[in-house]
Design a protein around this ligand. Structure first.
Ligand code: ADP
Ligand code: MG
Length: 332
């Protein structure tokens, strides 16, 4: 990368969208946002490391930029917040060309446009090792409306948006040297954050707890169960699968475990009182996003994965954990 730090920051500054919430954007030591009364400012950070979270021979730089925005905005969606501003810190190795930086920024700005988020600041460095991307996203939520992961109660329904396992399956295909179809490309490299769903669930008070699925259904659901001190029974025959996933499943039944344990779907997993069923079904139609009821919360403090026969099921892979032993599926 030959372009200088300040030149690059100036390019970014010129392109940055500055929403009305931003009283101070790029150019000073800090940025500042004006929080509307009765609202709270929610903040989330994610790190994307080359070689750990992405490989430059598997993804293009535009998709990487778009994904860096989406995965952060997804955390805000998971609280029911409206995304407002974003900070972008990048460490760029010398091997990354000017053209690649431009494509990466095109992806970042496409993401900012898609979610109507302002780029409020960041940091830019030359990296000696692999490429590093750190994004911090901020959003607003009415102080009584944000949805935490500790609010699930025994008897609540368990819901999930979209389909499960597509991104994990795409990664599996990449690892086995296959080229991805446009569908799997999209699901793995250009995930979409469910911002509208998150905000509506929050503002209408429909969900009792929620999180976004980054580490896989079983792993993320376990976090929710622990926070809420409840258990869950998941009916595996209810898991929403895409047609493309079903095709791969026909070829190899072992693929099914990716719907349970595969990461990076960025769908929303939430719990709701059973009286809300029809409201949630209506919402699904209203926003044209499939919402599926896949189980319920139980008093027995464990995660039960049940087959249609009622038998318990144990997946052959576990959810990804960066610090666990090598037995987890490698979602790197
Ligand atoms: P400082 O030395 O005070 O940290 P910098 O020279 O790093 O300032 O950055 C100057 C301005 O440009 C700051 O407002 C900072 O937030 C912004 N900035 C730097 N890098 C980025 C980036 N990658 N994306 C967005 N804004 C950036
Ligand atoms: Mg700086």
């Amino acid at each position: 990368m030959r372009v200088g730090e300040f030149e690059l920051i100036e390019t970014i500054r010129r392109r940055a969208r500055v929403g009305i919430e931003l009283s101070l954007g790029i150019g000073d030591d800090c940025s500042s946002v004006v929080v509307p009364s009765d609202h709270e400012l929610l903040t989330s950070t994610d790190l994307l490391l080359e070689g750990v979270h992405f490989r430059l021979d598997w993804t293009d730089m535009y998709s990487l930029g778009l994904k860096a925005v989406a995965v952060n905005v997804s955390d805000l969606a998971a609280m029911g917040a409206r995304p407002v501003s974003l900070h972008l810190a990048v460490g760029l190795p010398a091997q990354v060309s000017e053209k690649q930086v431009e494509q990466f920024l095109d992806g970042i700005f496409a993401g900012l446009e898609r979610y109507q988020v302002s780029l409020a600041g960041g940091d830019t460095c030359r990296a000696e090792g692999p490429m590093v991307i750190s994004v911090t996203a901020q959003g607003f939520c009415h102080k009584d409306q944000f949805i935490r992961r500790d609010g699930a109660r025994v008897g609540d329904d368990l819901w999930v948006s979209g389909t499960l396992g597509d991104s994990g399956l795409a990664l599996r295909l990449l690892q086995s040297g296959q080229k991805l179809s446009p569908f799997f490309e999209e699901r793995h490299h250009r995930p979409v954050a469910r911002t509208l769903l998150g905000q509506i669930l929050g503002s209408r008070g429909l969900a009792t707890s929620m999180l976004d699925l980054s580490d896989g259904l079983s792993g993320d659901l376990s976090h929710l169960l622990k926070a809420s001190a409840v258990g869950a029974r998941v009916e595996l025959d209810r898991l929403p699968l895409s047609q493309e996933f079903e095709v791969e499943l026909q070829k190899d039944q072992a693929v099914f475990d990716l719907a349970i344990c595969g990461g990076e779907d960025y769908e929303l997993l939430f719990t709701a009182h059973s009286e809300q069923r029809s409201e949630i079904e209506k919402l699904s139609v209203e926003i044209s996003l499939p919402l599926h009821r896949i189980g319920e919360m139980t008093s027995c403090p464990e995660l039960q994965l049940c087959l249609a026969t009622g038998q318990r099921y144990q997946p052959h892979i576990s959810a990804f954990d960066h610090f666990s032993s090598a037995e987890g599926i490698c979602l790197e």
